[in-house]
Design a protein around this ligand. Sequence first.
Ligand code: FAD
Length: 371
Amino acid sequence: MSNKPQYDYLIVGAGLFGAVFAHEATKKNKKCLVIDKRDHLGGNIYCENIEGINVHKYGAHIFHTNDKYIWDYVNSFVPFNRYTNSPVANYEGKLYNLPFNMNTFYQLWGVTTPNEAQAIIEQQTQKYKKNNPKNLEEHALSLVGEDIYHKLIKGYTEKQWGRKATELPTFIIKRLPLRFTFDNNYFNDTYQGIPIGGYNKLIDGLLKNVECKTNIDFFKDREYWGSLAKNIVYTGKIDEYYDYRFGKLEYRSLNFQHEILETSNYQGNAVINYTESQIPYTRIIEHKHFEFGKQKSTVITKEFPLEGGTKNEPYYPINNDKNNDIYLQYKKIAQESSVIFGGRLAEYKYYDMHQVIASALTRSKKVFAED
Ligand SMILES: Cc1cc2nc3c(=O)[nH]c(=O)nc-3n(C[C@H](O)[C@H](O)[C@H](O)COP(=O)(O)OP(=O)(O)OC[C@H]3O[C@@H](n4cnc5c(N)ncnc54)[C@H](O)[C@@H]3O)c2cc1C
């Protein structure tokens, strides 16, 4: 069935890219229709309210940025709280602060000064620095030494990628920052926090004056949905858009196991990483701590890493040479098309929230300047 276009833009995907684009287009008096195949808006930042707690359904999301413009932009839809991400690692029942800082070094070695900590790291990394690292294990050992690597990196990374660290490429870990101050704040950015009342408020604010339909898979009838608008913004998987003609792009996935517990405070922190390989999950998230919740019960989520496959949600692109080559072939034909491809799935790229918002703002500015 074909229709005369009723909309200026059909936006496929109600995640941050689609929502920001739709908001900016609506401000320019463009008529937009946003569709999403899930039963809710928000994409991966969606929160489900369970027992009065905003549960980050697709993994813990902490907003952070150095860009004041982006910070003011998101705060114009919903004020953010002062949550500071300070994850803790549990290795064989002992707790260590993250990111690696003077608290961690004290917990590992009992050292109390930066000089003592630096001396131990220097001594543990020396022998690994000589050769060009051939894999992630050698690379990590040359950056942080044996103790930090074996207790806090190896098991976690192997679970995350489903492979031995000796079989993983070095590019996965670019840097392993070591901080010689007593500072457990995970991010270096000037601004961080969680929207007060949860991420849905941000999405609702962005999509306030936009027509949206959920439970609609674009591919169930792409001709019909495409015929409704003069232009298409597509934020789903780029390989799916092109019927996988150059092959499938691979992802890592996660299985989230949510549990409601009849206790007001299960672990005392929003994020605890489990860094030993014997424990099958990588993290336990206790959602109420993102918003300093005072509810009687609590909700925790265990994160189990998985292969991407067809059934599992595509979360992390695997940007190795094989996949990057396939992506470049899709990108080439996408650039020749009139469709706007944006966001993490359409660009096969890991984006943090502030980055995907910046990308959608830049793209919409360009599109409307050309109009
Ligand atoms: C586990 C995890 C943790 C993260 N933690 C953080 C964090 O702490 N801080 C941070 O800044 N960022 C974090 N991120 C990144 C953040 O999730 C992304 O930046 C953001 O969600 C990207 O938005 P998007 O619009 O590109 O994609 P998405 O949010 O995935 O939106 C795409 C939407 O398109 C829809 N769609 C796809 N195909 C179709 C179709 N055929 N028809 C209709 N709809 C379709 C999907 O259902 C989805 O809703 C995390 C990501 C993951 C995976």
